[in-house]
Write a protein that binds this ligand. Structure first.
Ligand code: ATP
Ligand code: MG
Length: 575
């Protein structure tokens, strides 16, 4: 047990296990891997796996490989390989020169399969997919409704001779048999209580070009066979994976031990689940295919690319991953914790600007005709080194439509006829009147007077006004489009659906609101795509790649209101 002081944190169970393996000499070093299948873009759940795989290696002075687990020609693509690498780099993890592909091991895997045949531990089967399933058996409830698993049935082809199996397997590879007509299966135990151990399929025949090996192969290894052996080929000491692979572990160990290869050890940890979203490539792919979102990098997606486009910072995401920790049982993490981490990081780093999302005109009646004043504004109150900038102030401004009410509700401290507010960095104004469109009832213009003695907050009379509102000078306003996001799914757990419904039915119909008439101070022009800033009072915003020279597009990353801290206090109070 490590000594407990301020600097020593308790290790999680994975680090405990790894430390134990080093102590006992089971392994001399630590070598992990992150093994995505290139059949989709990475999501925040994968980021957790990256955090664990790279983190454990780093903590023990070891290495971490990046391996594309690409043994299924049907769904894999170079597009995904590239996106995966881009996202891992952006998150700040570095595999250096250790990028590998399971498809590079096809020949070795084939040899290992032959080795199992020669040991009498694998056979070529003529049963088709349906029959294999039927022979294997399934879990059934007994008369007390307790699940049990009656033994399966041996395939009639199970006892072929080694010579015949070697010959048939070679001819499967040579393309002599049609797709699906034969498989290679491990010979384990058709009565095993774990269904995965009932002679699992190792190879299937599939005539489909693979994105890397083309038409070289017409047989492809199954995941349960390819994965442990790929780990072994790379000398992976600790094969860390999510909990759903726990039930595969006996099979993992069976292949490792019977192929007599490097004895990698599999350890499972809890999958990350987050409220109001789904974390599975299969479901995310469905959203993309059915055009429920604009693509894998839609800012509402829980993908790394979506989060980056939305303006989430890599540092904020890593902070979140560190806080949720590593557990042995699956749990659901509140999305507000993720937002909280992003907000905290951006609060420290993002430069402030003034913008108005839904503008209404404000005319200062006593402002000298044509005069422009350049006011001093603080770039980031959290970081004095960010300095100051000048923003133009004039007699015609835009303010937020929502910052004015003809009839204010109680405790409304913003603008209404007769009331005073401060214009951020500028003057105190008094509302003197307004115009309405008689047809629509919409306010078209607000009028006010300003007090020249109240500039910048240090009024000589020290007058206190309760409200401060933001504004943009009309003559200097830079138009842009603002995209405001809400949760992709209204339900906290989108996968929990009533009968006849799917998670698609849980999609929110207001996850995206577009403000096409937004305006901002001139400095907005200098921002590059991908930069995240704070628009005062409105939230953090990130410049989107859809921006053109004429018109910028900004995604709202997250609002300023933090409900997490409150929620956390409530949770703590309730024990
Ligand atoms: P999905 O369920 O999204 O399709 P997957 O498990 O099929 O994911 P892989 O490409 O096989 O995706 O995953 C690569 C690694 O990421 C695996 O080690 C897997 O255990 C891990 N992983 C995937 N999803 C999560 C998650 N939600 N939380 C933690 N780890 C995850
Ligand atoms: Mg998988």
């Amino acid at each position: 047990m490590p000594e407990v002081n301020e600097k020593t944190e308790y290790m999680d169970f994975i680090r405990e296990a790894v430390a134990e393996d080093l102590r006992t000499g089971r392994f001399k070093e630590v070598h992990t891997r992150f093994p995505p299948e290139p059949n989709g873009w990475l999501h925040i759940g994968h980021a957790k796996a990256l955090f664990v795989d790279f983190g454990v290696a780093q903590d023990f002075g070891g290495k971490c490989n990046l391996r594309m687990d690409d043994t299924n020609p049907e769904k894999e693509d170079m597009e995904y390989v590239e996106a995966i690498q881009r996202d891992i780099k952006w998150l700040g993890f570095d595999w250096e020169d250790r990028l590998f592909f399971a498809s590079d091991y096809y020949e070795t895997l084939y040899e290992l399969a032959c080795k199992l045949i020669r040991k009498g531990l694998a056979y070529v089967d003529d049963l088709d997919e349906e029959q294999i399933k039927e022979y294997r058996g399934t879990n059934v409830p007994d008369k007390n409704n307790i699940t049990y698993t009656p033994p399966g049935k041996n395939s009639p082809w199970r006892d072929r001779s080694i010579e015949e199996n070697l010959d048939l397997f070679a001819r499967m590879r040579a393309g002599e048999f049609p797709d699906g007509s034969k498989t290679l299966r491990a010979k384990i135990d058709m009565a095993h209580p774990n269904l995965l151990m009932r002679d699992p399929v190792m190879y299937r025949i599939r005539r489909m070009p693979h994105y890397r090996t083309g038409n070289t192969w017409c047989i492809y290894p199954m995941y349960d066979f390819a994965h442990p052996l790929s780990d072994a080929i790379e000398g992976i000491t600790h094969s860390l994976c999510s909990l759903e692979y726990e039930i595969h572990r006996p099979l993992y160990d069976w292949f490792v031990s019977n192929c007599e290869v490097f004895p990698s050890r599999q350890i499972e940890f809890a999958r990350l689940n987050i409220t109001h979203t789904v974390l599975s490539k299969r479901w995310l792919l469905q959203l993309v295919r059915e055009k429920k979102v604009s693509g894998w990098d839609d800012p509402r997606m829980p993908t790394i690319a979506g989060m980056r486009r939305r303006g989430y910072s890599a540092a904020g995401i890593r902070d979140f991953l560190g806080r949720i920790g590593i557990a042995k049982t699956d749990s659901m993490v509140d999305i507000q914790l993720l937002e909280h981490c992003i907000r905290e990081d951006l609060n420290a780093s993002a430069q402030r600007y003034m913008a108005v999302l839904n503008p209404v005109k404000l005319v200062i009646e006593n402002w000298p005709q044509g005069r422009v004043e350049w006011l001093d504004a603080v770039n980031n109150p959290e970081n004095p080194q960010a300095g100051m900038r000048k923003i133009p102030f004039s007699g015609t401004l835009y303010i937020e439509r929502d910052d004015f009410r003809e009839n204010p509700p109680p405790k409304y401290y913003r603008l209404y006829p007769g009331n005073q507010v401060r214009l951020r960095y500028g003057y105190i104004i008094t509302c003197t009147g307004f115009d309405k469109d008689p047809a629509t009832g919409e306010v078209t213009e607000i009028r006010c007077t300003y007090d020249p003695a109240t500039k910048g907050g240090d009024a000589p009379d020290n007058r206190k006004v309760k409200g401060t509102i933001h504004w943009v000078s009309a003559d200097h306003a830079v138009p842009f489009e603002a995209r405001l996001y809400d949760y992709l799914f209204e339900a906290e757990r989108p996968m929990e659906v009533s009968e006849g419904k799917t998670f698609i039915d849980n999609l929110s119909d207001h996850s995206l609101t577009v403000e096409k008439r937004a305006v901002a101070e001139p400095a907005l022009r200098e921002l590059a795509v991908g930069q995240t800033v704070q628009f005062e009072r409105l939230g953090y915003f990130c410049k989107d790649p859809d921006s053109t020279n004429e018109r910028a597009v900004f995604n709202r990353t997250v609002t300023l209101k933090d409900s997490w801290t409150k929620l956390e206090k409530k949770l703590l109070a309730n024990g």
